[in-house]
Design a protein around this ligand. Sequence first.
Ligand code: ZN
Length: 157
Amino acid sequence: MKCPYCGNLTNKVIDSRLAGNSLSIRRRRECFKCSRRFTTYERIEQVPFMVVKKDGRREPFQREKLLDGLLKACGKRPISTQDIEDLVEEIERDVKEKFYDEVSSKKIGQMVMQNLRKLDEIAYVRFASVYRQFKDIEDFSKELKRFSEKQKGGGKK
Ligand SMILES: [Zn+2]
């Protein structure tokens, strides 16, 4: 691990701890040569977790893809990027705990929707329209209608 200040290759670890997501380890290091301190992150290498698509094909789980979809769904909604990242983190952890080594894309979609719904109804409907890939527009309208009725019903969630 090269010191970012002087380029020296030897240093000592002065502190190690799990990063917030528990999937990486944050280490505080001190350079032997210049004594300056810097931080490194080690990501735990994970066994590829497979997603089974509708047509039966499998592809490795890509958190970036999920994050991207969620960012789109949450566009212009009062949700912070941090909230979305936390959501992805939570879903990823949940999915891996419950499904061991593979999961259907449908199931992931359902889990996302459940979680997103708690966060923001509009983002939820938007995400649902993309992810669930409604068979016809009617399904989507039903969903929207149900949502707007709930809105009219008023009050807090
Ligand atoms: Zn140094």
